[in-house]
Ligand binder design. Structure first.
Ligand code: 13P
Ligand code: SF4
Length: 324
């Protein structure tokens, strides 16, 4: 509430009484499409034209015919949309909506790491900057990482960056020895194993569903591991009456829609907070979305040679994921 008032004051304007109507009007005027990630606040998910995981959002960005892409997610997602759409305007409601994983891989250090292993190809998780993408052979997301890694001949040495937890999980699934960059996500690394075990005891009928960015100590308790879209699909087909959800709790909004009679319990972090929201994703608000569309700012811009270098590995991923 106070954050929303601050946003409005900062933009020096009165908040329209019907924000949803104002956003939809502006969307028509701009011929814009609103793409949102599942970790966004529910009101933002509800106003989006497309809600998805990182892979689905990249595919939607690659296919849209809109003139303006409004990305309600974090910076690397909007940047990916811009890399795919150099002639379209790509807007992000808050440029500070970054990602700890992307920040954990500084390009200068990664370049040295890559140069120290010249025989390795580089598979990078989409949660990274355009500069890291430009140094990669192929991009992956949590939805297709196993498939992308398996697309290389078994004897091809691979660097996997920047998430060591997803990397470890993929190494386990593929039986490959991946050279891991040691990045982590500040949200997924702090789920508490002890509190998760306590929840399992309290809700014995509940299935534990987890994102592969979690630590191995947490993943070993999971009944199902997958991307946000995969977790939602699992909920839709599972007979379990309840789910302990070990990822950012924004995803529960779609789970409740798809399985309204079921119980969803967000797994707690190992601090005093009850839930574990991504501080970057949650920077976006309905008010900021409105002002961004009204002002056509902030906008994502990119150096053209960097864009072209980052485009190649993203296109490779999209080709390899054509049927996913
Ligand atoms: P997804 O690939 O499931 O969208 O996850 C993205 C992300 O940022 C997880 O923290
Ligand atoms: Fe990045 Fe983690 Fe937030 Fe996903 S949840 S955007 S990986 S900080």
């Amino acid at each position: 509430m106070f954050a929303a008032l601050r946003d409005a004051t900062a933009r020096g304007s009165k908040v329209p009484t019907d924000l949803v109507a104002a956003i939809n009007d502006r969307k028509r005027e701009l011929n814009a499409v609103i793409l949102a990630h599942y970790y966004q606040n529910s009101d933002l998910q509800d106003i989006a034209d497309y809600i998805g995981d990182s892979l689905g959002l990249a595919q939607a960005a690659a296919q849209t015919t809109a003139d303006v892409i409004v990305f309600v997610g974090v910076h690397f997602m909007a940047e990916t949309a811009k890399i795919l759409n150099p002639t379209k305007q790509v807007l992000l409601p808050d440029l500070n909506a970054g990602c700890s994983l992307a920040d954990s891989c500084p390009p200068e250090e990664f370049l040295k790491f890559k140069q120290a292993h010249p025989d390795h190809k580089v598979v990078s998780y989409i949660n990274c900057s355009a500069a890291i993408k430009a140094m990669s052979d192929v991009i992956c997301t949590s939805a297709n990482a196993v498939k992308i890694v398996n697309s290389f001949p078994p004897d091809q040495p691979l660097i996997f960056a920047p998430d060591r937890n997803l990397g470890r999980y993929v190494a386990q699934q593929t039986g490959r020895d991946l050279l891991l960059w040691q990045g982590t996500c500040i949200v997924h690394e702090i789920f508490s194993e002890q509190k998760l075990v306590e929840l399992r005891v309290k809700y014995p009928q509940a299935a534990v569903i987890a994102h592969p960015e979690c630590e191995p100590t947490v993943l070993r308790h999971a009944d199902f591991i997958g991307s946000t879209t995969a977790l939602i699909k699992y909920v839709a087909r599972s007979d379990a009456p309840a789910f302990i959800v070990v990822t950012e709790p924004g995803v529960i909004h779609q789970m409740q829609k798809i399985a309204p009679g079921k119980t969803f319990i967000p797994a707690p972090p190992n601090n005093n907070c009850a839930c574990n929201e991504c501080p970057y994703m949650r920077l976006n608000t309905l008010e900021k979305l409105y002002y961004t569309m009204r002002d056509r700012s902030p906008e994502i811009t990119l150096d053209e040679s960097l864009r072209l270098a980052a485009l190649k590995p993203i296109q490779r991923m999209l080709e390899l994921s054509a049927n996913s």
